[in-house]
Ligand binder design. Sequence first.
Ligand SMILES: *Cc1c(COP(=O)(O)O)cnc(C)c1O
Length: 372
Amino acid sequence: MCAAMKVPLLDLKAQYATIRDEVKAAIDKVLESQIFINGPEVKQLEEAVAAYSSCKRGVGVSSGTDALLCALMTLGIGPGDEVITVPFTFFATVGSIVRIGAKPVFVDIEPDTFNINPEQIERAVTPRTKAIIPVHLFGQCADMDPILEIARQRNLYVIEDAAQAIGATYKGRPAGSMGTLGCLSFFPSKNLGGLGDGGMILTQDPELADKCQIFRQHGSKPKYYHRFVGGNFRLDTLQAAGLLVKLKYLDGWSERRRANARMYDELFAGCPAVKTPTIRSCNVSIYNQYVIRVGDRRDALRAHLTEKGIGTEIYYPLSLHEQECFKNLGYGKGSFPESEKAAAETLALPIYPELTPEQIRYVAGEVKNFLS
Ligand SMILES: *Cc1c(COP(=O)(O)O)cnc(C)c1O
């Protein structure tokens, strides 16, 4: 075994090397046009991503965070309203709820999928509840049918945080296509990553899409006449042009991530110290992350892998209900035991499409060496 092998958590240069000429040509075309705002590529990308996700409409926005923010604004959610979501997610899911003045109400996750536990939603609903935000964490959809059923019965909106899940399916339905609105992120580390920040709101409702477009541009329609207060949530033409190139390759990249995951699964089979990801039979994951659970030796394992030149990350080390800025919500240690355990026991390994079998064997070998 080559001791000097380096395996980063993500290697965007390896991907860029395969599409360099196409991306440069697309960027150059925008540069020559000098149409940097609302250029034709934005609409082309909206139509292409909506079609890719089996949605009627897509509204390009400036980031996944702004997709969530703009979605909440469009649905008229604000002070006095409650939004149900999970504490085990990226900060933006909950930060967006707080920024529009609403109150996040947490429910715990399922220990095997790390996604929202639908059985706990019902008892979190109050007369103030306006929406549920399920997060499709690590590239696998949450258990949507029971969530959609509760939402239907209680007349709630469902905003899918599909930032990590473009192209993932649940019972054949794509992430972002099932709720009232779906939010995507094109942050460079997502499966469809831009040349900077970007995002999109998806929906089956053309009227809501039109309203998202209004909120994306300061709430104005026509120009300089405002019925609402929105923001500047536009997606740059340059980003759309780069993303249009990459979208063509997305299926192939996600397929290779799944192949890499299968290889890890096989290499970890018969190693009880490593709990590999559980993907429900009704789901197809895009493996934005491959997250293993290793118990209380997680931090020591991470240090070992770092020493061996292997990049890892902890998504996420402190459950959001324990964050200082959310103290006023009244939760504390022990409020959401599964989220807290996941934060303490899990580690993301390299899963990006360009990994070689040799690299995967090296990573798995070092994990097993350390734990056995
Ligand atoms: C990345 C991410 C976001 C935010 O997306 P940005 O484009 O970085 O603003 C929101 N939610 C989840 C679950 C994410 O992973």
